[in-house]
Write a protein that binds this ligand. Structure first.
Ligand code: HMG
Length: 392
């Protein structure tokens, strides 16, 4: 890619409710250190009954769209998810309407487990490089939902991250070299009839690291520079980044020993796994809490079970601090609602069930139910209008 293309803005959304892993540890009769130290996780976000991949995706993108002067300049919306609400209709189709995007905006979903967000980013960047007047919106949105009492239970989470890609990127420029490592594996997968995935936990850790080594090598072979100032990793849980950083140090013969990655863990630690969104929420944390210097280079490792590893790099733009949404994100994380284990288990039991009409999550959008097999969504505005009309 010859022209400068990259991330113009980044915004994420997490549901308002969460479970404290210290409470889960007590309920499961596990020492809290196993979660807090062993996994390096503290809280996990839980979606309300009337929020899902669609509502979270739209909520993540709204703050970005508020700042876009010409909505018609958005020529593509790509949604990356592995928790889609329909086997055929694209999540992007629902989100397109909720966000009021123009009919000239191409819409489709991207899928390759957690790596889909990065695959979407790469496609979006290629489109923008071909048509520099257009912008592309990539939204990664997922709910990580595992069985109660499974080993993976403390690694649940939910959230979405929206990325605006442009030819005048104000936050980070994408560098040209990309490393790829693909290999068919059964480490984590979700057969069509299942709500929860099947997980081969230890295999998944090994594959994550093998794909890191392979994609890193490919990145270097293709001319990617190993001189990086910081790195973000796909984050199923915080301790995975520590393992990844060690592996990268080994693969690079020690020259990546002091790579900064800790500030990228700050949000994921209190949100949990968000699959496709987790790498980009880590990037938000690194930019907003780690405050890299303009011109510094950030390595990015994306992993999707099944399996695909992607390694690429970003360069931080001058003046980026004026375009990040750190204050908004910190406020959202600070104003949340702690559920009890009983409330969490009750919600888990009804996961995916049609919500009660009276409920309303904290975002501007809600899943309102199903009529004639059609999944219906409302925005806060339409809801308020309907209530006013009925005198409610
Ligand atoms: P587990 O059975 O809880 O594992 O499952 P464990 O008993 O090995 O404990 C975990 C760590 O806690 C270990 O550290 C223990 O030593 C430590 P490690 O040896 O790994 O460094 N520990 C303690 N530390 C301090 N004090 C204590 C204590 N007790 C134990 N008292 C596992 C863990 C991750 C396997 C499980 O949670 C799981 O299956 N999670 C889901 C799969 C997953 O997240 N895999 C990650 C790689 S694959 C991936 O990232 C893709 C994914 O996002 C999906 C996609 O691509 O779509 C999942």
């Amino acid at each position: 890619m010859e022209r400068s293309v990259g991330i113009d803005q980044l915004s994420f959304y997490v549901p308002q409710d969460y479970l404290d892993l210290a409470d889960l540890a007590a309920a499961r009769q596990v020492t809290p250190d196993k979660y807090e130290v062993g996994l390096d996780q503290r809280l996990m976000a839980l979606p309300a009954p009337d929020e899902d991949t669609v509502t979270m995706a739209a909520a993540a993108a709204l703050p970005i769209l508020e700042g876009v002067e010409d909505i018609d300049s958005i020529g593509a919306l790509l949604v990356a998810t592995e928790s889609a609400v329909d086997h055929s209709k694209a999540t992007a189709a629902f989100v397109h309407r909720l966000l009021g995007l123009p009919p000239t905006c191409m819409i489709y979903d991207v899928r390759q487990a957690c790596a889909a967000g990065t695959a979407g980013l790469r496609q979006a960047a290629a489109m923008v490089a071909l048509e520099p007047d257009m912008k592309a919106l990539v939204i990664a949105s997922d709910v990580a939902h595992y069985e109660l009492e499974a080993a993976a239970e403390p690694t649940q989470g939910a959230g979405a991250c929206a990325i605006l890609v442009s030819a005048q990127p104000r936050v980070c420029e994408l560098e040209p070299s990309w490393g790829v490592h693909a290999e068919e594996t059964f480490d984590f997968w979700r057969p069509l009839e299942r709500i929860t995935p099947v997980v081969a936990g230890k295999t998944s850790l090994l594959k994550y690291l093998e794909c890191l080594a392979g994609s890193w090598q490919h990145y270097c072979d293709r001319g990617g520079s190993p001189e990086l100032d910081a790195c973000c990793f796909h984050l199923p849980f915080g301790a995975m980044a520590r393992k990844a950083a060690h592996r990268l140090a080994r693969e690079s013969g020690g020259c990546m020993e002091d790579l900064r990655y800790q500030s990228g863990l700050q949000y994921g630690r209190v949100i949990g796994n968000t699959y496709t969104a987790s790498l980009y929420i880590a990037l938000c944390a690194l930019l907003e809490q780690g405050e890299p210097q303009p011109g510094q280079r950030i390595g990015m490792y994306s992993y999707g079970s099944g399996s695909l590893g992607l390694y690429f790099s970003l360069r931080v733009q001058a003046g980026y601090r004026a375009h990040i949404l750190g204050a908004r994100h910190s406020r959202m994380l600070a104003c949340r609602n702690r559920l009890t284990v009983a409330e969490y288990e009750q919600r888990h039991a009804t996961y995916g069930a049609v919500p009660e009409a009276a409920s309303m999550n904290a975002s501007p959008f809600r899943w309102a139910g199903i009529e004639q097999h059609r999944r219906l969504y409302e925005s806060r505005d339409t809801l308020a209008n309907a209530m006013e009309a009925s005198g409610g």
